[in-house]
Design a protein around this ligand. Structure first.
Ligand code: WT7
Length: 628
């Protein structure tokens, strides 16, 4: 069926995908390689929650990313690696070379006893071994779980324990702009609580001194000596592909489990339709592989399509705020996909950095991770896209596996601040306050998805009940996204943000409960409440209200709370503001009225709505007075 190239074709595909859903996805899937054909396209539904795609079939995503291209694209560049240090020449890895490297890594894993279904945890910087490592896992049917290199030892340990990983792959350290992160030292701390880990494969990057753990093995040495031949293992369609942890409104992070064939088919189809790449284009997704965007649209989507994908180790503001634009010029990037928070951060820097760049190689821009405000959209369009590049504002989630709502670059219309239209096979609906579908086009409500699509996460690893509760209990029979949205007369969607207790800080999802749990570890904190508030650069910032048992100087408290949050989660969850308060607004049943806390944090100090159910209405004035 190929890629969708006109607006009319988009309409045709969309109608086809809804009217003959199975036929549609069968046609997409058949473009990929199967060791064994599937017997059914889709079974199960959002009531029984046993959704399966392409049952009876056997395939391999690593084979489809690599081997499938060797004949026609063996010498084409698959990955361009741009290191943190701008003086280092970019490393080009062809499909043939990538295939060899992945095979070598797969052989190392096999030699270390890794079997299909085993979990392998990656805690690394943005190094080529991270990309080859996850492809190596999928090649032999092992399940990767990548933990972002900015998480703390406790957060890493929790994720390893939850999925009982047997191997950890890490670096000595990683470069991030002018800083290094001592990954191995953090990993060593985590490893004390991780008895399931039998082997720790360590690859050198920063060459800093590391303390050895009895389980350490020199990965670089093993890779050098490994054979570069390793057949891809035929895997059942619904075999596990990877686990990725993300925060929710309650409890500890959830390990979303994605399976092989559905995820692969969805990543393949959405990548080509949304980004519209030509054979010689160069695509750069600036996300870290530690997040879902780095899985689906840095690694799998581009490679499934035989594209050239850029992997960048550094940060947008080092050595200066022109780094992104210098890399685009240096590598002749045609497609650039980044987050609104990065755009806003660069917008706040001297305009000369972007003006000095040429940027004439750019054809398509993308945005992901949070709602993009109009000002940032305009700045991106004008200064980066030079008013000639369409912007795809792609709405999706860790749970959805791939892009759900987005324009197709240059094919369907982009509208500032709107994600616009659903991808083929995706049936979004808006729900009213009574839990019913809103049938009028122009409307606002909670965003749900009405039918299964191939890329949906199948479960929360080890806790199917939690999967049901979180996503399918608010609106039985529908997948609930946790986001609110508006829809216009033409059916375009505009995402308005989370409607649950999840904060989106710089495009990273942080659960308020998780931050509260961390803050409550402080010996003098009696109780805390955390909410999000509008933040110029981060989109949302973290605002913490704390009740103390004894007096502590504010500065001191701030440092101590930052330390404890760093220790429990990592620097990304550090509060932007901390307010000491004698109490929190509570209902008679003891529930914190977060609506009031959100309004105060946002500096909306009038009209608090109905506060008659508050047990302690006098606290509102005191909170306003103490506002940070
Ligand atoms: C949440 C998912 C998968 C992308 C990376 C983040 C927000 C994501 C958009 C967008 C408005 C967006 C939503 C969503 N979000 N993309 N284009 N416009 N909001 O993945 O960590 O799973 O977070 O990010 O609130 O629910 P994630």
């Amino acid at each position: 069926m190929g890629r969708i190239t006109t607006e009319g074709q988009y309409r045709e595909h969309y109608d086809w995908s809804l009217n003959k859903n199975e036929e549609y996805w069968q046609n997409v899937a058949k473009e990929l390689h199967w060791f064994k054909d599937f017997d059914s396209v889709q079974t199960g539904n959002f009531k029984d929650l046993n959704v399966k795609w392409f049952e009876g079939g056997q395939t391999n995503i690593s084979y489809n990313c690599l081997d499938r291209h060797l004949k026609d694209r063996g010498d084409k560049v698959a990955v361009i690696y741009e290191a943190n240090d701008p003086k280092v020449e970019a490393k080009k890895i062809t499909y043939k070379e990538l295939h060899q490297q992945v095979c070598q890594f797969a052989n190392v894993l096999k030699d270390q006893g890794v079997k299909p279904g085993d979990r392998v945890c990656f805690y690394m910087g943005m190094v080529p071994e991270l990309l080859t490592g996850i492809l190596a896992c999928t090649r032999i049917g092992a399940v990767h779980s990548v933990v972002f290199g900015g998480f703390s030892a406790k957060a890493l340990a929790g994720r390893i324990q939850d999925c009982e990983a047997s191997v950890l792959v890490t670096n000595d350290g990683s470069f991030r702009g002018g800083k290094t992160i001592a990954l191995k030292a953090i990993a060593n701390e985590a490893l004390k609580d991780c008895p399931t880990i039998k082997k720790v494969l360590v690859s050198k990057r920063t060459n800093e001194n590391i303390e050895a753990d009895a389980r350490d093995i020199d990965l670089d040495e093993l890779l050098k000596n490994a054979s570069s031949e390793c057949e891809a293992t035929p895997l059942d369609s619904e075999a596990p592909n990877f686990i990725l942890y993300t925060s929710g409104s309650t409890g500890k992070p959830k390990g979303l489990l994605h399976t092989v064939a559905g995820y692969m088919t969805y990543a393949y189809h959405t990548f080509r339709n949304v980004f519209q790449m030509e054979e010689n284009d160069i695509y750069w997704c600036s996300a870290d592989i530690g997040w879902i965007t780095g899985h689906t649209y840095l690694t799998y989507g581009p490679l499934l399509n035989g594209a050239t994908t850029v992997m960048f180790e550094g940060v947008p503001t080092w050595p200066d705020a022109g780094r992104f634009w210098q890399v685009i010029d240096k590598l002749k990037v045609s497609h650039f996909y980044t987050a609104p928070t990065a755009i806003r951060a660069l917008e706040a820097c001297d305009i000369k950095f972007v003006q000095e760049a040429n940027l004439s190689s750019l054809k398509v821009l993308g945005s992901v991770g949070e709602p993009i405000n109009e000002e940032a959209w305009d700045w991106y369009h004008k200064n980066v896209g030079r008013e000639k590049c369409p912007i795809v504002d792609t709405w999706w989630q860790t749970e959805t596996g791939g892009i759900m709502i987005s324009a197709l670059a240059g094919v369907t219309k982009d509208i500032p601040t709107y994600a616009t239209l659903p991808q083929p096979g995706i049936e979004p609906v808006l729900m009213d306050a009574d839990g019913n579908e809103i049938s009028t086009l122009a409307a606002q409500g909670n965003l749900c998805i009405k039918r299964p699509w191939p890329g949906i996460a199948r479960t929360v690893y080890g806790d199917h009940e939690r999967y049901k509760d979180t996503y399918f209990s608010a609106y039985p029979g529908y997948y609930f996204t946790g986001d609110g949205a508006k829809r216009d007369e033409q059916g375009n969607y505009r995402i308005t943000g989370r409607v649950d207790d999840v904060i989106n800080v710089s495009g990273h999802r942080i659960g308020t409960a998780e931050v509260e749990d961390a803050i409550n570890q402080h010996p003098s904190v009696v109780e805390s409440a955390v909410v999000g508030f509008p933040h110029n650069i981060k989109g949302q910032g973290i605002y913490a209200y704390v009740i103390l048992s004894d007096e502590i100087a504010e500065d001191e408290l701030k440092t101590q709370i930052n330390n404890v949050v760093n220790e429990m989660i990592g620097p990304i969850a550090k509060p932007d503001a901390i307010q000491i308060t004698p109490g929190l607004p509570k209902t008679r049943s003891g529930k914190i009225m977060r609506r009031i806390l959100r309004k105060i944090a946002a500096n909306e100090l009038d009209n608090f709505g109905d506060t008659s159910t508050l047990l302690n209405p006098e606290i509102v004035d005191s909170l306003i007075k103490g506002k940070k």
